[in-house]
Design a protein around this ligand. Structure first.
Ligand SMILES: *Cc1c(COP(=O)(O)O)cnc(C)c1O
Length: 426
């Protein structure tokens, strides 16, 4: 799908930038763990006339006329979302993951209420209580982290969470992360929450697609099918591979307050073009092919992690169960920091982000690590053979600081990418 002709004629400046970005996406490796390639169908829905309609409210409870068809669009998205996750309730209006979390907090908490969430420098998200984010300014966040030493070094520290819950009596425990490579089981967290009378919010922004594919446990329920998390928020554009946006699923009793929190509490008119695209993505995720996709994402991540270990990198927590991994650069090269590595990889056509590792001695701007994910390149069709190649390219680039190696690798990356175009190019 190249830039539409009309745009080229009417606004060549914007058209050219879109084309340049398309070229970047098609000739470089996308290893940013939160990114993916949406299908042409998802993009068509996103680019549809539904963008023209105001639909404040919810299906059959709108503030504007003319919503007979829009109601069907949103109802379809809600029903598919519920079916996909076995959820009693769904809200498909959040414009982004940050909004979904804001809506959940607004529904469940009063200002100054105490919340337990994961430390931001150990995998948590800005909306989990960062002082520069509304969450940290409005609510009283206390953080748990990962274990500093063996056994289970760098795995979620449930003992610490339990201890903090007993001491701090939070109203809500938030689990789910942005840079954590292990499965987080809801069962032990539900037990801790029940002991102190707290609610549980699972932020599945990253892993929603893996849950839909059945390769990650559904946090809405415990292993025995009981109530797990009270509320689950997730983005639709990361592993779920849909349009930029988010959704909330929950148990029935919380539905009313969640609806009220998203609208009129937090947002105005819903983005119905994005909601239609979410319906398309939920439909795609129900297809048996998507289960295979999820499994391949995880297989690719394991092989990439193993291959990087073989190249002398240390993988945080010893490996991965999901689509992403954190790479500690210090064993490979004590002098090499995350910022330098990110720039050098970028020059070589390998796109990823620097990331703090747990107990990182370097600042968040410098860092000692990289975060890598396999969701996008798996969508492009890559499998474990290509992951071994990618690991060796990464190691080649980071072993030297000469520009010629970067240029050579950049050409090899472009060659590799030619065989694995994004779905919009097929
Ligand atoms: C990405 C992410 C979000 C925010 O999603 P946006 O759509 O960027 O607002 C929230 N929580 C977690 C854990 C995330 O990884």
């Amino acid at each position: 799908m190249s830039s539409p002709e009309l745009l080229q004629r009417q606004d060549p400046e914007v058209a050219r930038l879109i084309e340049e970005e398309q070229e970047r996406q098609r000739t470089t490796l996308q290893l940013i763990a939160s990114e993916n390639f949406a299908s042409r169908a998802v993009m068509e829905a996103t680019g549809s006339v539904l963008t023209n309609k105001y639909a404040e409210g919810y299906p059959s409870r709108r503030y504007y006329g003319g919503n007979q068809i829009i109601d069907q669009v949103e109802t379809l998205a809600i029903e598919r979302c519920k079916q996909l996750f076995g959820a009693p309730y769904a809200n498909v209006q959040p414009h982004a993951g940050a909004n979904a979390n804001a809506g959940a907090y607004l529904a469940l908490l009063e200002p100054r209420d105490r919340v337990l969430a994961m430390r931001l420098d150990q995998g948590g998200h800005l909306t989990h209580g960062s002082p520069v984010n509304f969450s940290g300014q409005i609510y009283d966040f206390i953080s748990y982290g990962v274990r500093e030493s063996d056994p289970n070094r760098e795995w979620l520290d449930l003992d610490q969470m339990h201890q903090l819950a007993l001491e701090q009596r939070p109203k809500l425990i938030v689990i789910g992360a942005t840079a954590y490579s292990r499965i987080i089981e809801v069962d032990p967290v539900r037990e801790i929450a029940d002991e102190v009378g707290a609610l549980v919010l699972f932020d599945a922004a990253h892993v929603a697609g893996l849950i839909a594919a059945g390769v990650y446990p559904n946090p809405l329920f415990t292993r025995s099918g009981g109530r797990g998390a009270d509320v689950v928020t997730f983005t639709t554009h990361k592993t779920l591979r849909g349009p930029r946006g988010a959704a909330i699923i929950a148990h029935e009793d919380l539905g009313k307050s969640l609806d009220k929190a998203i609208f009129p509490g937090l947002q105005g008119g819903p983005l119905e073009h994005a909601i239609a695209a979410k319906a398309v993505a939920f439909g795609e995720a129900m297809d048996p092919d998507f289960r295979q996709y999820g499994q391949r994402v995880v297989d690719n991540a394991r092989v990439l992690a193993d291959s990087l270990s073989a190249e002398g990198f240390r993988i945080v927590s010893g490996g991965t169960d999901v689509h992403l991994m954190l790479v500690d650069l210090r064993d490979f090269d004590a002098e090499l920091d995350g910022r330098t590595a990110q720039v050098r990889l970028d020059r070589s056509g390998i796109t990823c982000n620097r990331n703090q590792i747990p107990f990182d001695p370097r600042s968040p701007f410098v860092t000692s690590g990289l975060r890598l994910g396999t969701a996008a390149m798996t969508t492009a069709g890559m499998s474990t053979d290509q992951m071994k190649t990618v690991a060796s390219l990464i190691s080649r680039v980071l072993r030297t600081d000469d520009d010629q190696t970067c240029q050579e690798v950049r050409r090899e990356v472009a060659d590799l990418c030619r065989s694995f175009p994004p779905p919009s190019e097929r």
